[in-house]
Design a protein. Structure first.
Length: 270
């Protein structure tokens, strides 16, 4: 008779039965390994038992909830020998059944290329430091900003003495770095401002802005303030160091880097 669907792999299938020699015990050995109790039907004195409640099974081990006696009649029928499913039964596949390249553990996942990759993780090393007191700087001069106080530093990689982040040993990779320069000129306007990132003493990135506007005022007189931020992502190697500089021009007076100017960053998970 014609049918729709895939051709069966076998023309006939038969359930396999196993008889047990009973005794006053709860532990028995199966002739065929199973993944769990649902793969066999167990009968004691011709009454079918409930899987996982009256008994459990794994591999060739069969464990009863209550011990039998020598006079009991017990047998099982292997359902898994005849039942075929597209998906494996629940609880039947573990790490040992997976075949892939890489380390198998609870913190990895199987990728499409049949390799294991780490799951989760943290963006560390990470740090955040700020200027706690403010500093007067020279007009029209590139000046490294002082960051003397740490908010956090997961790898003890920020050097408050030299105001720089140093990549720890074994922690090379891509980092996101950010800085905010807060500054002012109390006697006149600020004309231009810059924030710059230096790597190993050389400039790698900068942000420039005109700031010749009144941002606020005080009762004592004109106050010219600014805040300029900059963020970059850069590939760093162990022992590389990053510093933040600023450059500003004023018509008269002395520019200042205010307290709460910040410098932070973190390694990206790749």
């Amino acid at each position: 008779m014609p049918f729709i669907g895939n051709q069966p792999a076998e023309s006939y299938s038969a359930f396999q039965k196993q008889d047990f020699t009973t005794s006053a015990t709860t532990s028995y050995t199966l002739d065929n390994p199973v993944a769990n109790a649902n793969e066999l039907a167990l009968f004691i004195n011709f009454v079918r038992q409930e899987p996982t409640t009256a008994y459990t099974a794994s591999g060739t081990s069969l464990t009863l909830t209550s011990a039998t006696s020598a006079s009991d009649d017990m047998y099982c029928v292997y359902l898994g020998k005849a039942v075929q499913t597209v998906n494996p039964p629940s609880g039947s596949v573990g790490l040992s059944q997976l075949s892939a390249t890489g380390t198998k553990d609870a913190t990895t996942f199987l990728r499409g290329d049949n390799t294991f990759a780490s799951a989760g993780g943290t963006n560390t090393p990470a740090f955040l430091a700020y200027n706690s007191s403010g500093d007067t700087i020279s007009n029209s001069s590139y000046t490294k900003i002082e960051f003397d106080t740490e908010v956090y530093d997961t790898a003890s990689a920020f050097d408050t003495t030299n105001d720089r982040f140093v990549v720890p040993s074994g922690q090379g990779g891509y980092y996101t770095l950010y800085g905010v320069v807060n500054g002012r000129n109390t006697s006149n306007e600020i004309r231009t401002i810059q924030i710059l990132f230096y790597k190993n003493g050389s400039r790698i990135s900068s942000k420039y802005d005109f700031a010749s506007v009144n941002n606020s005022s005080t009762a004592a007189g004109i106050f010219r303030g600014f805040s300029l931020s900059h963020t970059i992502t850069v590939n760093l190697s162990a022992s590389d160091y990053i510093e933040v500089y600023t450059y500003m021009t004023v018509s008269t007076g002395s520019p200042m880097v205010d307290e709460a100017s910040i410098f932070g960053g973190y390694k990206l998970i790749t």
